[in-house]
Design a protein. Sequence first.
Length: 654
Amino acid sequence: MATIKDVARHAEVSVTTVSHVVKGTRRVSPEGRERVEAAIRALGYVPSAIARSLKSNNTRTLGMLIPNSSNPYFAEIVHSVEDRCFGAGYNVILCNTNDEAHRQGTYLQVLAERRIDGLIVVSTGHDATLATQLAGLSIPTVLVDREIDIAEQQPCDLVETAHMQGGLLATRHLLSLGHRRIACIGGPEGIAPSEQRIAGWRTALADAGCGTGEGLLWHGNFTSQGGYEAMHAVLRAPEPPTAVFVCNDLMAMGALCAAHERDLRVPEALSIVGFDDIELTAFTSPPLTTVAQPKQRIGALAVDMLLERIDGKRQDARKVMLQPELRVRASTAHAPRRCGMSPTHTPRIAVVGSLNMDLVLQVQHAPGPGETVLADALHLVPGGKGGNQAVACARQGAQLALFGRVGDDGYGHTLRAGLDADGIDHSGVQTDTETTTGVAAITVEATGQNRIVVVPGANGRFVLDAAALGPALQGAGGLVLQFETPLPQVLAAAEMAHAAGCPVVLNPSPIQPLPEALWPRVHTLVVNEVEAAALAGQSVTTPADAAQAAQALRAKGPAQVVVTLGAAGAVAADAAGNRYHPGLVVKAVDTTAAGDTFLGALAVALTRGEPLDAAVREGIRASALCVTHPGAQPSIPTRAAVAHSPQPPAWSPL
């Protein structure tokens, strides 16, 4: 390897001249500089940083210790440190201690031997000797994230986030959404940042009158696997929480995986908040609500404070406490409203309604007065609002009991066979020997819009069998009703459900005035814009109109009202206010069963204990899939199909 003396001989100049050219410390004649630079290139001379450091007592190198290089939180801080050091003309030696005290001590010795100018330390959690080791190094040191008591003669600077405040932010956010049973997954016991975040969680619960979290604390090891295992333990609890605060993002990602394996939808059935705001959290499914640490500022401040000490600009120790911020994404929602069923059980639903055989004519456009058109196709498919809603509920995973009436004919037998195929209990469906099964004549235009004419047949002769319906209502999560059976029978069924404590979901179609006695028996009213306008006595053409009509209808008795707006989405209204849920953009083929599919998916979601907004989103997803296929019941999607369908846009308050 060439030395500075070799360069001097080759360029025929003195060693001092070569040194001035390399360091730029004195003017050298252009001819002399050119000879020196040519010699450096020819010999491949590289100045010795070690030699320079021995003379200047400065290596322009900083050391950094981190406990886990696989944790993106530390990786993002390292990135910030390296950027700041590069800009200041410093190099960084990075050491990963792997959370091992022995390895941490070894690396400290290695860094001291490398004559580093300063040290940035994110300490391993359990190392009682670290304070003594740092005091013995006698070099400027900045602690990041975790404070350590060092002897007064060698004080360290500190940069950290207000961890307790972060725990408060996360927990208060969940409390604001109506959650009261909020669990916490902390890091390893004894690690200061984790303990402080847990303290924030406990304080927020206590301030809200929700105790101090007794029996709701689990621990992980700050890894995805640790969060995964801890979440499974949380969900095995006799009374699982509705929300979980997880003390770092990696564990929260493992917790999301565990919830998915338990078939718990986040945030509809369970809300999760993380801590750190690593870049990956914006790309989890759903994107993770988390408490953000200002990682770029932490790294930059650590370097700046270290350089102040190295350059002799400051001697006294300095401590900087940075404030965290809440990043609200899609993993948190209002606490589920329980409707008598646990989200881990199969929902049980009863449906009282019509069963028809649908004669579906596909045409380019419906005929006008005196016009004859040629149909593109004719389909004979099972239908009827009661049958459609029962099938929609069953395909979303509910256990169904259907009550209605069919004729003793081929259509009636075909309808029963279809119910058998979907696993629906139709022992409550009566057989009428004196009239035929109901029939619906449906024209479906190329745009997907339809026109329907119903011949009630046996549906018009339905008489409620209280002895059959009573047992089905016991323990059921909901009773679904509509108006294609006689109105007195609908009212009687609603009265029985009310007496049994079973929530009623009503779709008042075909539209007709509701008896005053029926309004207070309805828990959830589901109407389209035409039905909402007729019942509220006002025009409904916009989401704002729908919200106004929904609140007017709520005033009559229902706890919550949903107004569907076709492809435009839906408006949900309850005591918390009005929310507009945009629809999904799809190419509609047949909208015949869209409303029934929406109602079925919504009813099942409510019965699983999901909040109204989550249930509306499920209805939108299911109905958007439905309209892309022809026929009523053949087009109704399964729960698996809905689970793999796109999510609707976020709702907005009205």
